[in-house]
Design a protein around this ligand. Structure first.
Ligand SMILES: NC(=O)c1ccc[n+]([C@@H]2O[C@H](COP(=O)([O-])OP(=O)(O)OC[C@H]3O[C@@H](n4cnc5c(N)ncnc54)[C@H](OP(=O)(O)O)[C@@H]3O)[C@@H](O)[C@H]2O)c1
Length: 306
């Protein structure tokens, strides 16, 4: 393993940052993680994997500057806005943090900034804070004189396993219609793609890349989940009554219908560029299996999609 340069990873105790930090370490990079609680279990697991912990917070500029000192690259992710005080941060905070990390990266000589956005970004105003914030952060990053790459991930396969979709009752509800395809990606593949991007800044600098590993219709989910569960799982789209009551879910369904949340990643081209990416079927029989097993047992109706 060749030890290369150092990358500062934000959100390393979370899904995307964790996957990026692991993939970078596996590729021989030195990795720093800015963490809010260095004594927490997730932070300790990062330290055991050889990742250097830097205590800090998005709201504490001095902590970010200290962690950024001398690094080659920065991976920037912010938690979702618009989920209220329990699940996330405000739109204003997401904007402020996303732009500040880019500004500080420029000011402190970072050579390559990778920002993770969302598939629906850059396709016109969506009316959903956590998408429109990312369009604005993307535009800000592109306006700066810094080498940057933006990835726009499709829906995470992990999100399909949130409780409240009905698997425990032999049904499954999501946004797509039975014959309508929606793209998705395994979080581990985001890590793999971002690590490849850091390894070739000249090639990927200046690019915005929509990323996904698979596309699934509702009927496809029904077949796949039934086979994986060993019993029939019936797919239906979220009921109209729910989509009317819940503004977030209703708007997301509209954005699936108009294509912006269905995803437009060129999956064959991504496989050529980044190597094998997990299909939902392979994810379900591999890293996703524990989540699927848990979802089969999990009751609950707290659909909190990010
Ligand atoms: N879910 C999807 O399908 C999907 C698809 C595309 C894009 N996205 C976007 O992905 C983003 C979330 O990524 P994720 O799922 O990887 O996030 P996540 O798992 O929720 O992790 C968030 C990370 O941010 C850290 N964090 C939170 N507040 C912080 C603060 N004030 N200062 C420093 N660190 C802080 C958390 O640290 P702690 O451990 O201390 O909390 C955690 O490491 C959202 O913006 C969402 O819109 C989601």
């Amino acid at each position: 393993m060749t030890i290369k340069k150092t990358v500062l990873v934000f959100g390393a105790t979370g899904q995307q940052g964790g996957a990026v930090a692991r993939a970078l370490r596996a590729g021989g990079w030195l990795v720093r993680a800015l963490v809010r609680d260095p004594a927490g279990e997730k932070a300790k697991a990062l330290a055991s994997a050889g990742i250097d912990l830097y205590p800090g917070d998005f709201s504490d500029e001095a902590s970010i500057v200290a962690a950024m000192s001398g690094v080659h690259g920065v991976f920037s992710v912010q938690p979702s806005s618009g989920q209220g005080p329990v699940h996330g941060i405000s739109d204003e905070q997401e904007l402020r943090y996303g732009k500040a990390i880019a500004d500080l990266s420029l000011a402190h000589g970072v050579r390559h900034l990778v920002y993770t956005s969302v598939g629906a970004a850059g396709k016109g105003v969506t009316g959903l804070g956590h998408f429109d914030t990312k369009t604005e952060i993307e535009e800000h990053i592109r306006s700066l004189d810094i080498r940057s790459t933006i990835v726009r991930p499709a829906a995470f396969m992990e999100m399909l396993m949130l409780p409240g979709m009905g698997l425990d009752q032999g049904t499954y509800a999501f946004f797509m219609r039975p014959d309508q395809a929606m793209q998705c990606i395994a979080v581990d593949d985001i890590g793999k793609i971002v690590a490849t991007i850091f390894s070739d800044p000249d090639r990927f600098g200046g690019q915005t890349i929509e990323i996904a590993g698979d596309a699934m219709t509702g009927n496809g989910l029904q077949d796949l989940f039934s086979r994986a569960a060993g019993r029939t799982i019936t797919y239906h789209r979220f009921p109209d009554s729910l989509l009317e009551q819940n503004r977030l879910l209703g708007r997301l369904a509209e954005l699936v219908d108009d294509g912006r949340c269905a995803g437009a990643a060129d999956i064959p081209a991504l496989r050529e560029e980044f190597g094998d990416l997990l299909s939902l079927e392979r994810w379900l029989s591999g890293p996703g299996r524990p989540l699927f097993d848990a979802a089969l047992k999990a009751s609950g109706h707290d659909v909190a999609l990010r």
